[in-house]
Write a protein of this length. Sequence first.
Length: 202
Amino acid sequence: MGSPDGGAPAHEGSELLSRTLLLCFYAPQAETGPRHVEWVVDAAGARRNAPAMQSGRATCEIAASPEAVWVLISDIARTGEWSPECVRTEWLDGASLAAGSGFRGHNQQGQRTWSMDAVVDEVDEPRRFTFHTERDGRPRTRWTWDLAVSGTGTTLTESWERLFPTPVVQRVLELLLLGGRHRHNQRNLEASLARVKAILDP
């Protein structure tokens, strides 16, 4: 769980709201990486322009078999060993590793702490492990580990995809607090992979 997309706390949002007003119109250009526009149909059926969902990925080579890498990245109890933000994770209601199982991650970034529930989407040992985070039962971000045999052992890829349209004000808050969601998550992906590699391929 590289960065569980906790969002900015309410008190921080209120303090920064006045700072966002002049930036709102420029938020789509502020983050790094290309921006795309897609057509979105709202509840009334009217079409409107909206930023495409955000996503990102990072890859590294590890001198260990996919089976060995799988044992580490699919064991949620060990997430705190490699995640830059998730310090502790537990299964909910006695669940175990299987599609549909739920777990909760406890996260920390500086002085801020928060928890986020997640649901396992896919378990394809030792090739793919996917889950998505939720808030109030609504999907937030999908996280995926892909493992492939390589000449040196395993090509490991971690990726994320935001599953909900992000309001402009939230994007600006993320820009002010995190330097932009895409940039923040990319740093966390690279840090996660580096730590996994250090554990398995020192």
